[in-house]
Design a protein around this ligand. Structure first.
Ligand code: HEM
Ligand SMILES: *[C@@H]1O[C@H](CO)[C@@H](O)[C@H](O)[C@H]1NC(C)=O
Ligand SMILES: *[C@@H]1O[C@H](CO)[C@@H](O)[C@H](O)[C@H]1NC(C)=O
Ligand SMILES: *[C@@H]1O[C@H](CO)[C@@H](O)[C@H](O)[C@H]1NC(C)=O
Length: 325
């Protein structure tokens, strides 16, 4: 009896300590990222990145979308550690051939250019993972969207995971509950998922990503549907591109949400956010209040950038973002 009593009080004490510690442990990784991380070690880093992004986006507006997406596809696969940038070699398999990435993600050359400029200014200091985080913010700003302060100090992985890229990056065939659980697995609320999906106010998708919606769904505006079918036949033309937001494909605005309210979502997964379910009211709000969308989007992007960063002495600062040192 006595021993039972003392062991249960031991566990009570242990549980109490653990409960007090848990928020601290969970917060720790992101607490190590700081906004002034390079202010003495590479004071020009942020301005170098911004001007390179502005150049790339003025050469091709879509590049802003492609760069934003790289950060997302990096962070959802074992955290924001630049794993997506590692090239396949004869003895290494990276993430570039994963279903959501293959023939789809782009912008690697822009990242290489930025990395070499930053390396010339401060060799071995600025991580590829931080470059992706800053580039995502600068791309959104370049296309007219909100700004946010990027926290820095991420380091680069020495590994990548093809299987996690295949399992953890959401696919366009998901329904609303699948989308909610995909983001919930990374610690996001349904509201944050809806805000982050507003990224689809810029950029393009391949016919193969939305064909099933065009030919098999009824919650789609008829004239929108027929105008898309011209460039996305029921078979063939897999790589033909259409804008995710037909109204303003190179402006970061809230038109994505007005499209959804009008049944003009391009991807099946897009229209799931406004299809008679629990997220309809948030989509309606964003469709009329772009400032609310912008605030929520910026906050959710900061949170995405905090996903499991490598900090301190973990990982490395790659010299070339495509390969480990
Ligand atoms: C909610 C779940 C999401 C799904 C199912 C999804 C799926 C997709 C798909 C299928 C494409 C087109 C790919 C192609 O056909 O080549 C795409 C493009 C894009 N996605 Fe998402 N995405 C999601 C969330 C996000 C998030 C959270 C972001 C950024 C924070 C994002 C940013 C983008 C951008 C910017 C593009 C256009 C890229 C370009 O033009 O190069 N997406 N997404
Ligand atoms: C892969 O091969 C290269 C040479 O081709 C070698 O330098 C490198 O250490 C190898 N990496 C691994 C993880 O075995
Ligand atoms: C959503 O998709 C999952 C997996 O495909 C399925 O099990 C579930 O029944 C679907 N939910 C709804 C509401 O359609
Ligand atoms: C439409 O759905 C049917 C039945 O699920 C499927 O066999 C067919 O491939 C789909 N069509 C397209 C264009 O995806």
């Amino acid at each position: 009896m006595a021993s039972h009593h003392s062991s249960s009080s031991f566990f009570t004490t242990f549980r109490l300590c653990f409960c007090l510690l848990l928020p601290f442990l969970l917060g720790m990784a992101s607490a190590q990222l700081t906004t002034n991380f390079y202010s003495s070690s590479c004071p020009n880093a942020l301005s170098i990145i911004k001007s390179a992004v502005n150049t790339a986006v003025s050469n091709e507006a879509r590049m802003g979308a492609s760069l934003l997406r790289l950060h997302f596809h990096d962070c959802f696969v074992n955290g924001c550690d630049a794993s997506i940038l590692l090239d396949d070699t004869s003895n290494f398999t990276g993430e570039k051939t994963a279903g959501p990435n293959l023939n789809s993600v782009r912008g690697f050359d822009v990242v290489d250019t930025i990395k070499s400029q930053v390396e010339s200014s401060c060799p071995g200091v600025v991580s590829c993972a931080d470059i992706l985080a800053v580039v995502a913010r600068d791309s959104v700003v370049a296309l007219g969207g909100p700004s946010w302060t990027v926290r820095l100090g991420r380091r680069d992985s020495t590994t990548a995971s093809l299987s996690t890229a295949n399992s953890d990056i959401p696919t366009p065939t998901l329904n609303l509950s699948g989308l909610i659980s995909s983001f919930s697995n990374k610690g996001f609320t349904a509201n944050e998922m809806v805000a982050l999906s507003g990224s689809h106010t810029i950029g393009q998708a391949r016919c193969t990503s939305f064909r099933a919606r065009l030919y098999n769904e009824t919650n789609i505006d008829a004239s929108f549907q027929s105008s898309l079918q011209a460039n996305c036949p029921s078979s063939g033309g897999d790589n033909n591109l259409s804008p995710l937001d037909t109204q303003s494909p190179t402006t970061f605005d809230n038109a994505y949400y007005t499209n959804l309210v009008n049944n003009k979502g391009l991807l099946h997964s897009d229209q799931q956010l406004f299809n008679g379910g629990s997220t309809d009211s948030q989509v309606t709000t964003y469709s009329t209040k772009s400032t609310t969308f912008f605030t929520d989007f910026a906050n959710a992007m900061v949170k995405m950038g905090n996903l499991s960063p490598l900090t301190g002495t973990s990982g490395q600062i790659r010299t070339n973002c495509r390969k480990t040192n």
